[in-house]
Structures are given as structure tokens and as C-alpha cells.
Ligand binder design. Sequence first.
Ligand SMILES: [Zn+2]
Length: 220
Amino acid sequence: MNLLLIGAQGSGKGTQASVLVKRLGIQHLSSGDLFRSAIDQGTPTGLAVKDFIDRGELVPDALTIQLVVDQLKLPEFQPGVILDGFPRTRDQARALDKALAELGRGIDRAIYLHVPREQLMDRLMGRYVCVAHQHVYNLKSNPPQVAGVCDLDGSELVQRSDDKPEKIERRLQIFFEQTIQVVHYYRAQHKVIEIDGNQPIASVSTELLRGLGVAAEGAA
Ligand SMILES: [Zn+2]
């Protein structure tokens, strides 16, 4: 089973990816891991990717797709994959479909974890980390016992520069303008399972597994 997991930052995508890995016994492949492992393996494609990243440039689509295809040929990805963070645009989705078809594979389901934009802003803006060990807190869902101080080591809590409102807004804007096109693209193929991500984590997981036709508990 080849799955796509689509959700904005703050949608709980990472948590649900872990649930799927456990329940379905297939590997999770995020775009970040994809680049890191290619670079570590020192393959020609990996070296090319490193060049772009070192220059601070975006890795071209064709190269990213080559990486996905290379990974999917590995034995551990034969039972399936949960792709996360790629494709991010309609063009990438189209190119990915074409490359997968050449391998005799395809995307079976695209899971969209839907959380309204205002809700995502709230979740992301409340995020603070401690300066000593980067322990993560959320002022709304997981506040420290004493305001501004880490429960575990007493160090100061700060907002990461990536978690400043203007940066969060920019990332969400890109998601709701570009990445949402990937949802539309797979919806036209009747492959989208849309899940309400604005509910407790366990309920999201249950709904997601039901959508995939897998029982939430018991043997797969
Ligand atoms: Zn701490």
C-alpha cells in the first residue's frame, strides 16, 4: 500500500505517521529523511542533492523524484510506503505518478489531515522550547508549570525563530495555496481520504485507520 500523508505544519501529521507505521507495517519516508539518507549514502544523486542544499537552493523536482524512485526500489519499501512532505505541488504529483507507473506502482490513497488555518496558527504560535535542551511546550495544550520556565531543567522558554508569527503565516500560506493542489489532484482520482485533524489524537487515528479499511486494534 503506497500512501501519501498531507497536512500543514501543526496538523499532527508526524504523530499519525507513527501510528500508520505501527499498524500497517510499512515504512515512513519524509522528504527530509529522503535527502539526508541520499547524502549519507553518497550516491551520485545524493551528491547532486548535497550541491543544491549547500548552495541554499531548492532541490529540483526531477532529482527529488529520482530519489523517491531509488528508495522505493529498496527491499524495505516493497510492502509500501507512507510519503510525507512530497509531492508539494501539482506538477510534482503528476511527475511522481508517472515515475511510479514506470515501477508498476502508484499512490493508493492520499490522506489529508485537515485542520483549519486559524487553528493551526493557534497551535504553532503557542510553541515554546527551553534554551537548555529544546524541550517542547505549548502554551495551550502543554503549558509549563511555571510560566516561561522549563519543568525539567528550569531553563528559560523561548520561541524558535521559525515559530515567529510571520514565518508561520508564510508557511501556512504556501500550504493552503500550493500543497492543497495536491489534495485536489488526487481527489480527481478519487484517492483522497480527508480526516478532521481538529479532534483528539486517538480519534484522528481511529478515523484514519477506518478510512483505510484497517481495524484500529487487533491484527492487521
Ligand atoms: Zn528543558
